[in-house]
Each structure stands twice: as C-alpha cells, then as structure tokens.
Design a protein around this ligand. Structure first.
Ligand code: ADP
Length: 161
C-alpha cells in the first residue's frame, strides 16, 4: 500500500479567514493528513500571538479528523522533512500572489527536492480575502461577518476590550 501523504499548509493566520478554511478543507479532502503550520515569529508584529492563532485554528478545525494544527519557526522545508511531509500546500488568490509563491516554491525545491509545492484555489467568494484586509476593515468599524469564523470575530472584539 502507498504511504499516507502528509501535507503542510503553512502561514501566518493572523487571523485565520474563511479563505484559509476553504483551502484547509480542500486539502483535507485530497491528502491523508494536513498539518496547518503557524509561523511563530513574524517579521511584522502580529495582532494575535502564536498561542492565540494556534488556539483559534484548533477550535475551528477541531471536527476535521485528518487536520492537525502545529507551529514552526525557521526553514519551512526543514520542518516539513521533520514531519515526514511530501507536500506543501499554498493558496493562490489572484495573479498577484503568483510571483512570490513561484519564487518560494522554487527556492524550497532547490533546498529539498523531495517535497512538492501544490497550489490550490479557494472558492471565488474568498478570492479577495486576506488577513490584513480583515484587520483593516474591522479596525475601521466595517462588517466582517461571513468572512471569518465567529471565534475570530469574538477574539477581535476581545482585543478592543
Ligand atoms: P503568509 O504570511 O505565509 O502568506 P497567510 O496566513 O497570509 O500567510 O496565508 C497562508 C496561505 O494561505 C498563503 O498561501 C496565502 O496565499 C493563502 N491564502 C490567504 N488568504 C487566502 C484566501 N482568501 N484564499 C486562498 N488562499 C489564501
């Protein structure tokens, strides 16, 4: 029997949006195991700490049996090898994502040729969504209902309090 395929879906998830969840769900339907890997040390100061981002992701993916949530720091390919992963999943929203993702994927392949990067498209209703846009709209008092899970909305409100 073929070995189970483990995929890593890495990101900042500051905070997780319904676009991310769409990619996690699609990945879970293709790969045996999906590890959602939260990048701990972001260059920019994150709005939510790594622990908060992990907690939110665990809560919203809790019912998906083949999805695990973890955090990592340092080189993604080293982390992927450590986890026995064959695949790195990245989401592509529009052509603007492509150039950066293309560079990263080829650099990662140069460092670790056993791992394939696979790009997935979200449902079109999420293709304009980003964590930074959510933070901006929320900060200006806009309605983000339906774009993020409820726990993200309540966590954002918690930060205001
Ligand atoms: P990063 O800082 O690594 O880009 P993000 O948390 O912003 O982390 O995104 C993680 C991954 O999810 C990236 O591949 C990004 O392109 C993808 N992504 C972000 N938002 C969406 C979305 N709305 N639909 C599909 N993919 C998305």
């Amino acid at each position: 029997m073929a070995e189970p395929v483990i995929a890593i879906y890495p990101g900042s998830f500051d905070p997780v949006t319904n676009g991310h969840l769409d990619i996690i769900r699609r990945s879970g339907s293709v790969f045996d195991t999906v590890i959602v890997a939260v990048l701990q040390n972001l260059e920019k100061k994150p709005l939510f700490s790594a622990e908060e981002r992990l907690g939110i992701l665990r809560e919203v993916t809790g019912s998906w049996e083949n999805v695990k949530v973890d955090s990592f720091d340092g080189l993604l390919v080293s982390y992927a090898v450590e986890k026995g992963a064959r695949v790195i999943v990245r989401g592509i929203r529009a052509v603007t994502d492509y150039e950066y993702e293309f560079q990263m994927a080829l650099m990662n392949r140069r460092m670790e040729s056993s791992i394939e990067t696979i790009f997935m498209l979200p449902s079109s209703e999420y293709s304009y969504l980003s964590s930074s846009l959510i933070k901006e709209v929320y900060a200006l008092g806009g309605d983000i209902t339906g774009l993020v899970p409820e726990v993200v909305e309540s966590s954002l409100r918690g930060l205001d309090g």
